[in-house]
Design a protein around this ligand. Structure first.
Ligand code: GRF
Length: 218
């Protein structure tokens, strides 16, 4: 990484003309990242994953990236003296990739405002609940605890608040009488793996238009 103020764009990584440059931020097992990689490798999405950035060295998402020959940058949260210093370094690493789209795939931190503003309308997240119900951690546990009959997942653009940006797609699943957190999470995750690549596909075809809180699918 260069230490100048302005990130130098990385060498052309062979992204074909007209394809969106996608970067993924992940902190954990990366099953959504994998679902997106699989969809990209099928060739139906006009995009290419140019980098995985992770805040957790050794997380399984990094293994997935290596297997798929996606370049990896680790910005290890633990080595920075403050959240501010971490965010500056993360922003630098992100800008270096010149992304058209930033995909949060199990990225377990709240992005700072500088980053959100720098990539306004270009950052997506997936949340394992039907927002605005059950934002934050342990959404599936919250759903079980509340006794809802329908749960699901939400893909949304990221704004300055947690799990609050304009909604792109939602998918429902039933909550069955003998569900526990694990069973419900698995059912939701299967939908996540369909929804998220589809949202990426729509973005890459310029078919998502944000109008206030509403995302129109063109
Ligand atoms: C998913 O449930 C996603 O909705 C949430 O974090 C989890 C990440 O799982 N944001 P994975 O790392 O993609 O397997």
């Amino acid at each position: 990484m260069n230490r100048d103020k302005t990130p130098r764009p990385l060498q052309d990584e062979g992204v074909e003309d007209g394809k969106k440059r996608i970067i993924v931020l992940a902190s954990g097992r990366g099953s959504n990242f994998q679902a997106i990689l699989d969809a990209l490798s099928e060739g139906t999405i006009r995009g290419a994953c140019v980098r995985l950035i992770s805040d957790v060295p050794g997380c399984y998402a990094i293994e997935r990236a290596k297997f798929s020959r996606v370049p990896v940058t680790v910005v290890d949260y633990k080595v920075f003296p403050s959240k501010d210093a971490y965010e500056k370094s993360l922003l630098f690493a992100m800008k270096e990739c010149s992304p058209d789209l930033v995909v949060l795939a199990g990225y377990m931190r709240i992005l700072g405002n500088d980053i959100v503003r720098s990539f306004h309308g270009k950052i997506m997240n997936i949340h394992p609940a039907l927002l605005p119900s059950f934002p934050g951690l342990h959404a599936q546990r919250q759903a079980i605890g509340y006794g809802v009959k329908v749960a699901g997942c939400t893909v949304h653009f990221v704004d300055e608040m947690m799990d609050s940006g304009p909604i792109i797609l939602q998918k429902c699943v039933p909550v069955l009488p003998d569900d526990d957190e694990e069973r419900l999470s698995e059912r939701i995750l299967r939908e996540e793996h369909r929804c998220y690549p589809y949202a990426v596909l729509l973005f890459c075809e310029d078919r998502l238009k944000i109008e206030g809180r509403t995302v129109r699918v063109l």
